[in-house]
Design a protein around this ligand. Sequence first.
Ligand code: MG
Length: 362
Amino acid sequence: MRIVEVQVFRFSSPLRDVFTTAFYSSSVKESVIVKLRSDDGVVGFGESTPFQYAFGENADISTYVIERQLAPKLVGRDPFNLEEISTVMEKTIPGFYYAKCAVDFALYDLIAKSLGLPLHRLIGGKNVEKVPVAWVIGIKEVDRVVEEAERAKSSGFREVKLKADRRWRRVVDAVKAIKERFGDELEVRVDANQSWSVDEAKRAISRLDRYDVQAVEQPVPAWNIEGLAEVRMSVSTPIMADEAIRTPSDAIRIVKAEAADILNLKIGPQGGIYRCLKTRAIAEAAGLKCVIGSCLEGHLGTGAMVHFASATKNLLSTDLVGPLLRAERVTVQPLNFAEGFYEVLEKPGVGVEVDETRLKGR
Ligand SMILES: [Mg+2]
């Protein structure tokens, strides 16, 4: 089997609510959609949602990288040769992992469809029956955070993740209010998105220690692995690395530094499933749990990530809220989501049908 055509499209969706993190506020999300066609007529689709503020790549950059750099190297290759394709993409242009993730998801969709198998069967099989999701609450005032946690809990979520910024006392107050209201019925984790210095992180997390927080995610800047380890040694709350991981080698550095208890496998900025299988193996071998992170991908990209999450033995949870926050979708049917869990689809490939009339050229 050979790849004969690579096409790139764009798809934008407004969000149902303005979403604010330490990086920015957003009311719309733009995805890059890759369509691959093989010489026997099978088609695979992939989606990624580049995020320039954390990772230096936006939809224009990803589109250029796929169309002008990667597509000429993909045409004529056997899509099953994932190691060869991964190596060629990295040699052609290092980095630009969102672009490579969209290609990778399309490759997995294509080869799984050609075998008539759901994607998870190619990457370890269904290890988790239903994939859990933490409801993610953007930065807002404490009473509004508690209201949103209440709504999440009543619609079936068992976990919430609170975004935080430099004002670390605000998130400590929010965690306190949620724990006083819901006790152990709602797991809480905190994502500082690199906002804190090592000293601020120690002060904030030592105050969170008493509330049995599930984890604090990326409290210090991505480059500061030693600082992350120093924070981890001084608190009892589990520490998660997120933006610090772009490659399997980054995961090794984090393991060696004993800098994290949990790795966030954010598949978009880590370059897709094939690369994340390597990082996932490092985490498992080091005794670390994994969370499957999100860049607010829609139903297509999230669909691929649900398969990956399902096949992950050391899965703690996911943040796959993109389809729930987006007002529009590129697929004919939504993913099946209820009571805080995604169903793992059993149709061939990712298992979703793309409505091509909704795709836009550039
Ligand atoms: Mg994060």
